[in-house]
Design a binder for this molecule. Structure first.
Ligand SMILES: O=C(CO)[C@H](O)[C@H](O)COP(=O)(O)O
Ligand SMILES: [Fe+2]
Length: 242
């Protein structure tokens, strides 16, 4: 069982014009990591941060920079993120799938073809060779079984289970995803399991009880009058875990 709690504020909800101050503020309130949402305007309909911003941020913080790549071609960006000083890169399984993923389409997730799975393996290895921790992200509708081959191989340092559709902060927590978190914790007791989207004082206990140990929160932390109170509440949820 992953025995350490990691609190990772998502800078997506910070004041981008004051990133250095925001990073320092997060360190002061007890954050363990900074979660950096990299979006390319293609995999998701939003455009955010890439290697140049990570490079600037690196000069102002010693916190672990956990890059969540919501991009169609993560292999294009990971070497630049590594040179910029990122510590971790998490890419989406769905980005290797030739079938587009339509969030409004209720049909099941289409499994990767063998050659697409090979691409995912190669990128995980390349990411680790660059000295980064590597994570695999699943959108809410993607089943855990789709990631089984990659996870069983023991290549991944972290599994990110999205609790909202990726692309924007401030969305509502999808509680139905907790079954996937429980399944993942049961199957991979030692794996870091990250949840991202709608994590807040009202939802955090459910995520922790299901088995998550890496908690990403944007609006709940940056939007709070007292960010430390929220981080402390997350730590209490970990202590109260059942
Ligand atoms: O990956 C993300 C969005 O795609 C963000 O990390 C996430 O949404 C955090 O925001 P919030 O805590 O406000 O939901
Ligand atoms: Fe994220």
């Amino acid at each position: 069982m992953a025995s350490t709690l990691v609190v990772a504020p998502s800078i997506l909800s910070s004041d981008f014009a004051r990133l250095a101050e925001e990073a320092a503020r997060m360190k002061n309130v007890g954050a363990d990591w900074l979660h950096v949402d990299c979006m390319d305007g293609h995999f998701v309909p939003n455009l955010t941060i890439g290697p140049p911003v990570v490079k600037s941020l690196r000069k102002h913080t010693d916190l672990f920079l956990d890059c969540h790549l919501m991009v169609t071609n993560p292999g294009q960006w990971i070497p630049g993120l590594a040179s910029a000083g990122a510590n971790g890169a998490t890419f989406h399984l769905e980005c290797f799938c030739s079938e587009p993923y339509d969030i409004n389409d209720p049909s099941p997730y289409v499994e990767l073809k063998p050659e697409e799975m090979e691409e995912a393996f190669a990128l995980a290895k390349e990411t680790k060779a660059l000295g980064l921790k590597v994570g695999l992200a699943l959108r809410p509708r993607t089943p855990l079984s789709a990631a089984k081959r990659l996870l069983d191989e023991g290549l991944m340092d972290m599994l990110l289970i999205m609790t909202v559709e990726p692309g924007f902060g401030g969305q509502s927590f999808k509680e139905n995803v907790m079954d996937k978190v429980k399944q993942a914790r049961k199957q991979y007791p030692g794996l870091m399991i990250q949840v991202d989207g709608g994590i807040a004082p009202k939802t955090v206990q459910k995520a922790v009880n299901a088995g998550a140990n890496v908690l990403v929160a944007g609006s709940a932390i940056f939007g709070a009058p007292d960010a430390k109170e929220v981080v402390d509440c997350f730590r209490k949820a970990w202590v109260d875990k059942v």
